[in-house]
Design a protein around this ligand. Structure first.
Ligand SMILES: *[C@@H]1O[C@H](CO)[C@@H](O)[C@H](O)[C@H]1NC(C)=O
Ligand SMILES: *[C@@H]1O[C@H](CO)[C@@H](O)[C@H](O)[C@H]1NC(C)=O
Ligand SMILES: *[C@@H]1O[C@H](CO)[C@@H](O)[C@H](O)[C@H]1NC(C)=O
Ligand SMILES: *[C@@H]1O[C@H](CO)[C@@H](O)[C@H](O)[C@H]1NC(C)=O
Ligand SMILES: *[C@@H]1O[C@H](CO)[C@@H](O)[C@H](O)[C@H]1NC(C)=O
Ligand SMILES: *[C@@H]1O[C@H](CO)[C@@H](O)[C@H](O)[C@H]1NC(C)=O
Ligand SMILES: *[C@@H]1O[C@H](CO)[C@@H](O)[C@H](O)[C@H]1NC(C)=O
Length: 349
């Protein structure tokens, strides 16, 4: 710590001197990579990368730009990254990437990341998943945002940053009923879930309410303690919303093909076979991880946790055709429910 303080005061003295002599009234807080707590910000925070011959030049560019709150300077390649945000959390368990210097503007007291001052100029109302009195950090999950006045009650696409995830990602949050992390939604019959392993791993969506958040992100969220899984179906004849809930939902990472390690039913308004799928690995038509004579994912038209008999429920199939005929296996079905399913949604809490 002593070493850090010394370095800190030397560099701030040096910088103060530079600012005075160049009449730039900015003060930067300096950190140096190699010291535990210091890190180069995520690329996610950088909105522009340019070449600068020195860190001072990079800082000068930042100080002239209202959008700029901090910089990363990569000495070895003379790269200057301008960032929208500042680091205020303890990132000591993150990777320290490259040989960089991080500087933060200290005289910018405004709201960051598109936030704005609320009525009495005391704190910021934030957007896009940011929070904190200057909107400087991201929420960890949708529950984290549900109690904040500027998010409460709305449904929005925001960034979350579970502390188990390597970087933030976008998700649809329902900031109501304590907050819901929507991992899957399917409401358009023409939107297909018959997709590749890579797509299921990374996620896919369209601009309407059809999305899969990605298996890696589901893994990170369950690792962060979001192990409550809820499945909701929208039916016709009669028209209703039914839901079933589970606890202790755990999957592995990609090394074991996102195998279901555990899941326990909490309540059901319709039966879903999830507990029967414990031990099943995830498969897609191009990545088969089950012992069966058929390619289950191709036959059922979706990625899912299939085992030897494929499955007795599939939430990711095609939405049901209206009408009363029997439901083909490549459409959504849950064991024992005969009605028409015209919309589905899954979320974690
Ligand atoms: C003003 O600030 C106080 C204390 O932070 C807060 O309770 C109140 O809701 C704020 N009023 C408005 C209009 O934002
Ligand atoms: C908030 O700050 C702005 C700009 O400094 C000022 O115009 C406004 O009167 C302030 N509002 C309150 C309620 O203090
Ligand atoms: C939708 O997909 C794009 C990439 O295809 C991704 O960048 C974005 O975060 C996704 N949005 C949601 C809400 O999942
Ligand atoms: C999955 O987790 C195991 C154990 O934590 C780890 O050894 C492995 O590298 C991880 N695989 C991936 C693809 O992250
Ligand atoms: C498939 O069967 C083989 C041999 O019995 C076994 O080693 C493997 O774990 C099984 N795979 C799955 C996904 O059940
Ligand atoms: C899913 O896609 C694969 C690859 O295009 C195809 O072979 C399979 O027939 C499709 N399944 C359904 C039910 O459409
Ligand atoms: C479909 O089923 C509903 C309810 O079971 C029934 O009221 C309706 O008459 C049926 N329609 C046809 C076309 O069979």
């Amino acid at each position: 710590m002593e070493k850090f303080k010394l370095f800190y005061s030397v560099i701030s003295c040096y910088l103060t001197h530079v600012w005075l002599t160049t009449a730039i009234s900015e003060i930067f807080v300096a950190n140096y990579a190699g010291y535990n707590k210091h890190r180069v910000l995520q690329r996610f925070e950088s909105y522009e990368t340019l070449t600068a011959h020195s860190v001072i030049e990079c800082a000068r560019i930042c100080s002239k730009d209202d959008r700029c709150f901090s910089i990363n300077y990569l000495e070895t390649v003379s790269e200057c990254q301008l960032n929208h945000g500042i680091v205020v959390e303890d990132f000591s368990n993150s990777d320290i990437s490259q040989n960089g210097i991080y500087f933060e503007r200290t005289n910018k007291n405004e709201c960051q990341h598109g936030g704005f001052m609320n009525g009495n100029n005391t704190s910021c109302d934030c957007v896009d998943g940011y929070t904190g009195n200057r909107c400087q950090r991201l929420i960890h999950d949708c529950m984290d945002g549900a109690s904040l006045s500027y998010y409460a009650g709305v449904r929005a696409i925001v960034y979350i940053y579970p502390n188990t995830a390597p970087s933030p990602f976008q998700i649809t949050c329902r900031f109501q009923w304590g907050g819901r992390n929507i991992i899957m939604e399917h409401f358009d019959r023409d939107f297909t879930f018959n997709r590749t392993w890579q797509e299921y791993k990374e996620g896919f969506n369209n601009s309407r309410a059809n999305r899969w958040i990605g298996l890696d992100n589901i893994y990170y969220m369950t690792q962060a303690g979001l192990t409550g899984l809820h499945i909701e179906i929208k039916t016709t004849n009669p028209s209703q919303l039914l839901s079933s809930g589970f606890k202790n939902f755990q999957i592995t990472n990609e090394t074991e093909n996102y195998k279901i390690l555990g899941i326990v039913e909490r309540y059901n308004n319709f039966p879903v076979c999830m507990p029967q799928l414990i031990g099943a690995e995830f498969s897609t038509y191009d990545a088969i991880h089950h012992n069966s004579s058929v390619n289950c994912a191709a036959a059922y038209g979706s990625g899912w946790w299939f085992n030897g008999d494929c499955t007795s429920c599939n939430i990711n199939g095609r939405l049901n055709e209206p009408g009363n005929g029997s439901v083909p296996i490549h459409e959504v079905f849950v064991d024992g429910y005969a009605g028409r399913i015209v919309g589905v949604k899954m979320w974690l809490v």
